[in-house]
Ligand binder design. Sequence first.
Ligand code: FMN
Ligand code: SF4
Ligand code: SF4
Length: 285
Amino acid sequence: MIPQIINEKCNSCQICVQLCPAKALKGKIPQLDEKLCIQCGHCFSFCPQEAFFYSNDKENQEKHNQDDGWMQLLKMKRSCRIYTDDIPSNEILHDLALAANYSSTASNSRNWKCLFYFQPSVKSISKKICKSMVSQLNWIDNPLAAALLKNSSLKRYTRPNYVKPFKAKLKRGFEDNFDPIFFDAPVIALFLYPKGDRGLGLTNTALAAANMQIYAETLGLGTCHIGFAQRAFGNKALRKQWNIPLGYKVGQVLTLGYPRLKAKRTPPREIQIKSINNGLLAELE
Ligand SMILES: Cc1cc2nc3c(=O)[nH]c(=O)nc-3n(C[C@H](O)[C@H](O)[C@H](O)COP(=O)(O)O)c2cc1C
Ligand code: SF4
Ligand code: SF4
């Protein structure tokens, strides 16, 4: 669902423009490019003027007000891309690892590791990733790639109005003091799994990371899953440079830090439950 903006309510603070992960908002009174929008609802959640709306949101907000604490926590937990300078203490990181440690693992293998990196290492890793992503985007930025990727989740990156500004941002990421990968988060957490454990290892790390994210939220921390970084760590040289133990792969990457902004509202996330044969099918809309 794509939010709409009420121009009269907007005070041009540009918070939504800064937070939009898809760079779909532009202008003094931001205009929304529907083709770029990934429907995350961050503009709706964070706008201090409540200038965004969904045509059918009344029901969602009413339901939200009746939710119990757990459901409210899950609904208000948004990916965090803007942090204060405060650094989570080692005790906090210990507790986060402990929360992740209580996630399920296949056959109770408990064979993942979590590696925390702090600044300035976070920025150095980001610079490497930006550089390698620019070369990948050079490959993607042509009509043949657009045709090959038309049914893939990478399709967005083949659109000229997305790829050009994105490439410029990545270039700033390795040339300037700017971090478009980890958003200057003070800490990142890399979840590692043994190479031989491919499918289940990835699942184990995803569950562990999800537990860490939820517990982090209860402590007032913000997190964001960084798929770009996970992909980049597919590169052996990068793993070696950043001391990933031999025989391990990077399953998940999270940023961690204290959010500079708090979400005010939760966007609607529609779900349809249908009866099928002897079961129920839940489909996200
Ligand atoms: C597997 C995975 C990879 C992601 N990779 C990135 C990423 O590289 N950069 C980023 O800014 N957000 C990333 N995200 C965050 C999503 O964009 C975000 O979850 C989505 O837009 C919904 O927003 P919400 O988490 O605030 O509800 C990722 C999320 C997941 C689950
Ligand atoms: S966050 Fe709200 S008030 Fe600020 S520019 Fe965006 S729409 Fe306008
Ligand atoms: S819903 Fe998300 S992607 Fe779409 S304009 Fe708002 S912040 Fe950007």
